[in-house]
Design a protein. Sequence first.
Length: 216
Amino acid sequence: MIRRYRIRYYDLFSHVYDTFIAMHSKDLQQKARNFLIETISPKPGDTVVDICTGTGSLLPLYAKKVGEKGRVIGVDFSPGMLRVAQKKTRSLPNVSLIQADVAYLPIRSEIAEAVSCSHAFYELKGHTANACLREIRRVLKNGHAFFMMEHEIPKNRIIRWLYYLRLLSMGSDRMKEILQDEMYRFRMIFESTNKLVSASRKSKIIIGKKLLRSEI
């Protein structure tokens, strides 16, 4: 019942999502996307998987980087979000869209040079987040990484309060985990973890790398 409600919520939100973002934080979102793209640095011929892709704003940027010999896969559980993403990518033959639960990715093992998730991973509940990370590790090639981008704790008092309110909406246990040790789940799954913060201090990227056996 809850899952159907969440899908319905995001289906409805898909109609106004891009307009909402453009009205409130277009410049910030573009800077955040550039920060993520530059950190991942996709190369021609790479396969990049973007989970919880939403309206697919990152997909055309990835498609340009990987070129015609590369592949970009966007995954989301909301058909409404994917319909908007399809409009953005219908002219891009190297982009595929998949409606799926991120805890059960219908993607072959060891296919991707990078997996990303932008401002959505915190929304996943504990058991779903763990299952999702295991699936991401399975999909990644050895020696490659998962890049999870989120907001850094804001300095502005009012915005910081709204940030905490968002975390609290996920449950007090999840909020406590994120604030105290947000890399905990990543260290359980990946051999190497790291955190980068943007120059503006407004965005962060947690990187979980699946090491080559020789690197372990």
